[in-house]
Ligand binder design. Structure first.
Ligand code: HEM
Length: 149
């Protein structure tokens, strides 16, 4: 039971970090990115990726060492809905990461990056959809934790 509580704590802390990174990305990303802002955006994006990996490990650990047993989750459609949402968010986070790498080479001599309008609108939409889908993951978790299936 203590192990379960500790794993739940780790899962929560990592998720808070993940949500923080997603929102930081939403706030840092602009059509005009001064060098310092762009550098921070890339750092946040890297941390977002690493935390997502850590959340997967903490989630799997919760499942494996849960008093409910892993089979309980693996046979729960709400668990799979949660996983699908997580995978969808992860896939939607790939184009922005590639975009940040690409626009780096377009930086002006002072390091400022100006993002093309169409790319900017597309990336902003991808970030917004990530936020919306992400919001439903804890709903699935809360339902699952309370025995819904
Ligand atoms: C591969 C990724 C993940 C796996 C395998 C996973 C797995 C789990 C497991 C097994 C539980 C315990 C549920 C129970 O006791 O019935 C849990 C709880 C929880 N998970 Fe995840 N999780 C993952 C990702 C996420 C993400 C991205 C979020 C983001 C919001 C999240 C939010 C939560 C919350 C809020 C709880 C606690 C629910 C409650 O006690 O009311 N999980 N997760």
């Amino acid at each position: 039971m203590l192990l379960d509580a500790i794993l739940a704590w780790v899962h929560f802390v990592l998720i808070f970090g993940l949500v923080g990174c997603l929102f930081a990305e939403v706030f840092f990303y602009r059509d005009v990115l001064p060098a310092a802002t762009f550098a921070r955006l890339r750092q946040v994006d890297a941390a977002y990726g690493m935390l997502a990996g850590a959340v997967v490990f903490s989630g799997i650990a919760r499942m494996v060492w849960s008093p409910k047993t892993a089979a309980y989750f693996l046979h729960n459609p709400i668990f799979w809905t949660k996983m699908s949402l997580f995978v969808a968010v992860a896939l939607l986070s790939i184009p922005p990461t590639i975009h940040y790498v690409r626009i780096r080479s377009t930086a002006q001599p002072d390091g400022t990056v100006r993002v093309e309008r169409s790319a900017y609108v597309k990336m902003r939409a991808l970030l917004t959809v990530q936020v919306v889908l992400f919001a439903f993951i804890p709903l699935c978790a809360a339902l699952m934790a309370r025995g819904f299936r």
